[in-house]
Ligand binder design. Structure first.
Ligand SMILES: NC(=O)c1ccc[n+]([C@@H]2O[C@H](COP(=O)([O-])OP(=O)(O)OC[C@H]3O[C@@H](n4cnc5c(N)ncnc54)[C@H](O)[C@@H]3O)[C@@H](O)[C@H]2O)c1
Length: 347
């Protein structure tokens, strides 16, 4: 078991280990929580783990309710958000009660945003169940729902009071979702280098899973603690994301987020290599990393994607901030004028 302390505006622990979900009641009690708990989960995860978590809560004197929504990004919407808020009100939740996310990144983002806004904020605990949520979305306090106009356009910074990841959850995660999580993993490997890069280069196994998640969470911790509100270096976490968001938009979200991020990293590595900013050695190490993780994909050509860059949230005024790769473990923020984007990408 590993515990990482996040010193954000609300400090909290991320606990990672086999079987930790069975201790949710103990953890909530230790936090001083009591009363009602709204377990938010989707139609894939709720049947697998919802009842076990609810039983554990009852055993420790809590009154759980379960809100289940259709699995998938389409549910990260104002409609589901509104249904969740309505259910919280119907069940008589007050500010001393708790929202508990049990699921992937969609669940965490939706439940976190509901917790941030219901009665101007009630207690929030996150139990990620996907690899992507464990290494990335459950930590850092970004919560949101999507609008038809774009992803994550309505949201809040709202830190959880605890993140509890049971590594056993991964056993039921389909291969495609593991690969999707590895896409965000590739991002951390290139941002951080070192052991995260080594683990992913040799392949994720049940033996190194806990270590990999802990290292990824720790990488995010450093960035979030330095820039919680994303005014500067937190933007580094957007490595690969400008391309990724364009791919998601062009393919109508058929390409999942993590896979699109891995492609974004590949495009940025190739660009840096072509510009002479990334060494041949590091470029090929990144290519091998992508190959090892079944993520060396050739998706939409850059000419097709650039028109969507100006809709990116990384744009401010007529400037776009890209995360560029100077080396493994050495990524930088590079601001370019929107009018120069085609030239910058050599198109
Ligand atoms: N808040 C942040 O900082 C942040 C960061 C990165 C991504 N995100 C968001 O995260 C979302 C993507 O997260 P995701 O990939 O986890 O999506 P997801 O929540 O839709 O989960 C992916 C799929 O896996 C299923 N699943 C999850 N855990 C399972 C398990 N243990 N066993 C079986 N099935 C399981 C889900 O039901 C779903 O079908 C996107 O909305 C993205 O915008 C947020």
């Amino acid at each position: 078991m590993k515990t990482i302390e996040i010193h954000a505006s609300t400090p909290y622990e991320v606990v990672i280990g086999s079987g930790v979900s069975a201790k949710i009641g103990e953890y909530l009690t230790a936090l001083g929580r009591s009363g009602k708990v709204m377990v938010v989960s989707d139609t894939h995860v709720a049947p697998l783990y919802g009842e076990g978590v609810a039983d554990e809560l009852v055993y420790h004197g809590f009154e759980p309710s379960i809100f289940t929504f259709d699995a998938g990004e389409e549910s990260k919407s104002l409609k589901t958000y509104s249904e969740l808020l309505t259910f919280l009100a119907e069940e008589g939740f007050t500010r001393t009660d708790t929202v508990l996310a049990l699921g992937g990144g969609v669940t965490g983002d939706l439940a976190g945003f509901a917790a941030a806004t219901y009665m101007r904020g009630i207690h929030f605990v996150n139990m990620p169940t996907s690899l992507l949520a464990a290494i990335d979305s459950s930590v850092g306090g970004k919560t949101a729902v999507d609008l038809p106009a774009g992803k994550n356009l309505v949201g809040a910074f709202y830190q959880p009071e605890l993140v509890l990841f049971d590594t056993d959850f991964i056993k039921s995660l389909p291969y495609d979702e593991i690969r999707n999580g590895l896409g965000e993993g590739v991002k951390y490997a290139v941002l951080e280098g070192g052991e995260i890069f080594n683990i992913l280069s040799s392949g994720l196994t049940s033996e190194n899973l806990e270590e990999f998640i802990a290292l990824s969470v720790d990488a995010k911790r450093k960035i979030v603690e330095a820039d919680e509100w994303e005014s500067g270096m937190r933007k580094l976490l957007n490595l690969g994301h400008t391309v990724a968001h364009a791919v998601e938009t062009v393919t109508d979200f058929v390409v999942p987020h993590g896979v699109a991020v891995a492609y974004g990293v590949r495009v940025m590595a190739r660009l840096a290599f072509d510009k002479g900013e990334l060494s041949e050695e590091d470029f090929y190490k990144i290519e091998e990393l992508l190959l090892e993780n079944d993520l060396a994909l050739e998706l939409n050509p850059i000419e097709e994607l650039i028109p969507y860059f100006s809709a990116d949230k990384k744009k401010a005024g007529n400037k776009l901030t890209l995360v560029t790769i100077a080396g493994i473990g050495d990524c930088r923020l590079t601001e370019i004028d929107i009018q120069d984007v085609y030239a910058y990408f050599g198109v």
